[in-house]
Design a protein around this ligand. Structure first.
Ligand code: UDP
Ligand code: MN
Length: 262
């Protein structure tokens, strides 16, 4: 049987949340044997996300964990969008759920917990995913990597592949990072996640080092990496970002009591 793809998606409330998630649903509905782990950055689960998931027809887990106050980006008080990592607590919650769910039958280290064949991918809610990405993800035995477009101040960031082996990173931003790959540019086998119960993300890491921190926690080394997407020659995921919705007039009208978006 083909491995299940477990997608972990952090998401947070904003005007374009439903439209972004709707687009993801329409992509994921085309993918067989997929399980969507949606983690809201909130202290409660919202009806909006609950309804959207129910309506989707996808297999899913609906989770939530709020990013602690001090770690939340506060644009209003001058924080830069990239100054704090986003989705860290939510991705960890997704990993916790996977371990809780698939280690149930047997203690860590017991081969019985490897019965669920799966691959784990962190799918942010505003990226754009080619359907051809998913068959690539499904074949990941340890850790797979591939190019990501529109990230790191380049059109495409990509692994350097020589004779089928990943030897480094074709990137402009912090090129000395041991794993200079965006969250959208790798997937790992579920086995690794279960075998390394403490591997995860950490908001204390320097900017740009989340991926490195996680992959190192799984014991992954450069030569372990499996180049996907035509030996890393094809773009199958775009780090698109949704423009903030302009609600200037809504606010003005609300203040005058003439209009309520209710
Ligand atoms: N995210 C979140 N809480 C936040 C900001 C972002 O859970 O306060 C999620 C967001 O929905 C996305 C992921 O974290 O799935 C990455 O965030 P974003 O797309 O804003 O980051 P960027 O693409 O700009 O790096
Ligand atoms: Mn994004």
């Amino acid at each position: 049987s083909s491995p299940t793809i477990f997608l972990i998606t952090p998401t947070y409330a904003r005007h374009a949340q439903k439209s972004d998630l709707t687009r993801l649903v329409h992509t994921f509905k085309h993918v067989e044997n997929l399980f969507w782990i949606v983690v809201e950055d909130a202290s409660d689960k919202s009806d909006l996300v609950a309804k959207l998931l129910r309506k989707s027809g996808l297999r899913y887990a609906h989770l939530n964990v709020a990013t602690p106050k001090g770690m939340k980006i506060d644009l209003a008080s001058g924080d830069k969008q990239w100054s704090k990592p986003r989705g860290v607590w939510q991705r960890n919650e997704g990993l916790r759920w996977l371990r809780e769910t698939f280690n149930k039958q047997a203690p860590v280290g017991n081969s019985a917990n490897q019965q669920q064949e799966g691959v784990v991918y962190f799918a942010d809610d505003d990226n754009t995913y080619d359907l051809d990405l998913f068959p690539e993800i499904r074949t990941v035995r340890t850790a797979g990597v591939w190019p990501v477009a529109f990230v790191g101040e380049l059109l495409v960031e990509k692994p350097i592949v020589v004779a089928g082996i990943v030897t480094g990173w074709d990137v402009a931003y912090k090129p000395d990072r041991p794993f200079a790959v965006d969250m959208a540019g790798f997937a790992v086998n579920l086995r690794l996640v279960l075998q390394h119960p403490h591997a995860g993300f950490d908001d204390g890491q320097p900017v740009g080092y989340q991926e490195t921190y996680f992959l190192r926690g799984l014991g992954v080394t450069l030569p372990d990496l499996e180049p996907k997407a035509g030996n890393c020659s094809e773009v199958l995921v775009w780090h698109t970002r949704t423009e903030k919705v302009n609600v200037f007039a809504e606010k003005r009208w609300n203040a005058r009591g003439k209009f309520s978006a209710g």
